[in-house]
Design a protein around this ligand. Structure first.
Ligand code: MN
Length: 301
């Protein structure tokens, strides 16, 4: 499908606009409040809450915001026989839509024995798990399964972003590196399949990595909402989320107040407070500066 419209609340609309702020371009459409151009997809947002995704990657982009086509519903329905398959590796990332905090990426591999050993943890999609539950089950999971974990802190993120890395390219590098680390740990074992929770079309993903030496390509499969379909991806997602929460704790301790997640108005206020407290330069250690929240925070001061 090359054109998808979703309708969302004002806060969701703002979240979407924030998320794609670095891809924003001018539009001649007088009714649009926001227009962004990504690889394979344009995004037009309207005041009414309607968001139009157009282009070959529109389904992928819209899926991030809750859209599901009949084909992806079928895949979820077919999940049970697939989700607990052994000898699979999966990777997922956390923190890309959060103004504060790092991006964390994990890759995880499950054997038959691992699947049995973690069955009591009742693992579902990490997005459906509360932070409390993540904090409880992740340390146990970390002891049982083989995994790799990368944390891209904000200072590095901001300098990479300034040097021309968009989020897609950053994610591709991080997933690829996490998978390389995992495969090194597993060697000589090779997973039957490697599932990447899809954030870009396959060709775009490999295009991002075209100057990289060690690109993991063999047995790589891309799927959207993979954390709902494969236990290995769900585990990777939980491990990444746990690391993200731990980093947010550290940032909150350093700031002396609770650093909020997401990219909403609470975040603008916290950013303004932080700038007043430690100065704009120091904010680079806490936040993804190119997000629209920075402008909004500066206006609050
Ligand atoms: Mn994901």
């Amino acid at each position: 499908m090359n054109s998808i419209t979703i309708t969302c609340s004002t806060s969701r609309l703002n979240e979407i606009i924030n998320f794609y702020s670095s891809f924003q371009e001018k539009t001649s459409n007088p009714h649009a409040v926001f227009f962004a151009k990504l690889e394979g997809c344009t995004i037009t947002a309207y005041k009414s809450g309607k968001v139009l995704f157009q282009g070959p990657a529109s389904e992928l982009a819209a899926a991030k915001w809750g859209y599901s086509s009949s084909t992806s519903t079928n895949l979820v329905e077919n999940a049970p026989q697939k989700i607990c398959q052994a000898n699979l590796a999966g990777s997922d990332e956390v923190g890309t839509g959060d103004y504060f905090g790092p991006i964390t990426v994990s890759a995880c591999y499950l054997t038959e024995d691992n699947i049995k050993a973690i069955s009591h943890l009742n693992i579902q999609d990490s997005k459906q798990l509360t932070d409390e539950k993540i904090l409880k089950i992740a340390p146990e999971l970390n002891k049982i399964v083989k995994y790799s974990l990368l944390i891209l802190h904000n200072e590095k993120y901001n300098s990479l972003q300034r040097s021309g890395f968009n989020q897609g390219k950053l994610k591709a590098y991080l997933h690829n590196q996490a998978l390389n680390h995992l495969l090194n740990k597993l060697s000589p074992t090779i997973p039957d399949e490697i599932i990447i929770d899809q954030f870009a079309p396959k060709t775009t993903y490999f295009n991002y990595l075209k100057t990289e030496k060690n690109v993991v390509r063999d047995n790589v499969v891309f799927e959207t909402k993979a954390e709902n379909k494969y236990l290995a991806v769900a585990c990777a997602s939980i491990i990444a989320r746990y690391a993200f929460l731990k980093q947010m704790d550290k940032l909150s301790k350093a700031a002396g107040f609770d650093i909020p997640k997401g990219a909403g108005s609470k975040v603008d206020k916290a950013a303004a407070k932080l700038i007043n407290q430690i100065g704009f330069d120091e904010l680079h250690k806490y936040a993804k500066i190119h997000f629209a929240n920075t402008e909004k925070a500066l206006k609050l001061i």
